[in-house]
Design a protein around this ligand. Structure first.
Ligand code: BG6
Length: 457
């Protein structure tokens, strides 16, 4: 069976500044947190030990070319560009990002640029991070600076990567700094992130730049254990909290009424200003990036909530371990290929079929050295993972979904936050000692698929 994709389909991968650049300049929350609690990071490896893109950007772009990428997403580091978040622009950073953008274009690879990928400048966190509206203003200025510096050549902008993750990690579940557990503060952070997004979109529209602006969301389709109304309701609440809290504002320009009502009932609504809703309405996007790794399976709660426990999304549902589910045991995430199709169909049927693309999909595997054959990692499991997802994506497109491309996480093994280098995701193997880069079998497969705009199973 041959799967052919539409003309001009985007084939590429995604990465982020903090996870690849190395050579730290401008302190972020990650540098600060790592200096104080290195034990939180796998094998004590921190953000300064990454895949050295800052030094090797030119040869790394050659590798992207070898992978036949026609597009590539990375992020700008706010802290590198504006070290204190709000003041002077660092000319070395401008030079670096100019060189990367120009070289990508020279090699025929369209740059997709994210403005914020989990890396808050520490100076901004010190004044409260996303809890403080002054940080929203500082971010809007940073976005404007980026549009002015690079907007003549960058035509695809993304305000945030997975904005729900810093909310979950930093304010609910203790896997990002500042390690707070407080739902109302989490809701405030999420709300202010939406305002920051909308301000950046507003500035982009006002500047009449040549390209388009969007956001990258990690969408986790919520599947109920059964069609029992209690399970269905549990899945609905999970969907409201984790998907629709960002999807609705950026595509419909407003929050779902039942999410607002739920938070109001439990006294968890953030402080709003009357003019906010107009701003949110102006934050509607041109292009949606979809990161899809895993589904969310939920059931109704079997036990009563401890009234002393902090208010949490899990007051309304429990995670459900479906018997027989296919797992990636290294990351602990379920692999469910039809999820990608369900996301696209939901967007088509309920959100006006927006222009979108898969901006991340991927499989992190531990100790890949054991798969080396004749000097190359034979990661057939990754090829199976990608082709499995692509067949469902192809089905979505053939049924009218407006999906324009597929980017993998990621082109070269990189540093994965608290997991550091535990799981490897790349098309290219990175030797941490020598920094040598070696193509994996999946890289060869992807290069051929991109070149042919098709693959066979
Ligand atoms: C996404 C992020 O959540 O998934 C990346 O955009 C991240 O930054 C990737 O690295 C893989 O997840 P993890 O937690 O294994 O690094």
């Amino acid at each position: 069976m041959k799967y052919t994709f539409p003309d001009n389909f985007w084939w590429g991968s995604a990465s982020s500044a903090l996870q690849t650049e190395g050579t730290r300049e401008g302190e972020t929350t990650w540098d600060y947190w790592f200096a104080r609690e290195p034990n939180r990071f796998h094998n004590g490896v921190g953000p300064q030990q990454t895949s050295t893109f800052y030094q090797h950007w030119k040869t790394d772009i050659q590798l992207l070319k070898q992978l036949n990428h026609n597009s590539f997403r990375t992020s700008i580091s706010w802290a590198r560009l504006i070290p204190d978040g709000i003041g002077e622009v660092n000319p070395k950073a401008v030079e670096f990002y100019n060189q990367v953008i120009d070289e990508l274009i020279k090699q025929g690879i369209t740059p997709f640029i994210t403005l914020f990928h989990f890396d808050m400048p520490m100076a901004m966190q010190e004044i409260g991070g996303w809890e403080n509206r002054d940080v929203v203003e500082a971010y809007a200025r940073y976005a404007q600076v980026c549009f002015d510096l690079f907007g003549d050549r960058v035509l695809h902008w993304f305000t945030f990567n997975e904005p729900i993750v810093p909310v979950e990690g930093g304010y609910l579940y203790d896997f990002h700094y500042p390690n707070v557990v407080d739902f109302r503060r989490a809701a405030t952070v999420a709300y202010h992130t939406v305002l920051a997004h909308a301000k950046a979109v507003q500035a982009y529209r006002a500047g009449h730049y040549a390209g388009e602006i969007g956001i990258v969301l990690n969408l986790t389709p919520s599947y109920p254990r059964s069609q029992n109304p209690a399970d269905v309701k549990a899945a609905h609440v999970a969907d409201l909290m984790f998907n629709r809290s960002f999807l609705d504002p950026v595509l419909r320009g407003e929050y779902p009424a039942d999410l607002v009502a739920l938070l109001k009932t439990h006294n968890q609504l953030p402080a709003c200003k009357p003019e906010d809703s107009l701003l949110i309405a102006e934050g509607k996007i041109d292009l949606l990036g979809i990161n899809y790794y895993q589904p969310r399976r939920v059931k109704c709660r079997d036990s009563a909530v401890n009234p002393q426990a902090p208010f949490m999304p899990e007051w309304f549902f429990e995670n459900y371990e479906m018997p027989g589910r296919k797992m990636n045991p290294y990351r602990g995430w379920e692999i469910y290929e039809p999820g990608i199709y369900d996301i696209l169909v939901n967007l088509r049927d309920n959100y006006g079929n927006p222009r979108c693309f898969i901006s991340e999909n991927g499989m992190g595997v531990e100790n890949e050295q054991r798969f080396i054959e004749n000097g190359q990692i034979n990661d057939q499991y990754r090829i199976d993972f990608i082709s499995g997802h692509l067949t469902w994506l192809h089905k979505g497109i053939s049924e009218g979904c407006n999906c324009l491309g597929y980017h993998m996480w990621t082109f070269i093994d990189n540093w994965s936050w608290c997991n550091a280098y535990k799981n490897r995701y790349g098309f290219i193997q990175l030797d941490l000692e020598t920094q040598q880069r070696t193509l994996k079998k999946s890289g060869e497969w992807f290069a051929a698929t991109s070149l042919n705009n098709s693959f066979d199973i």
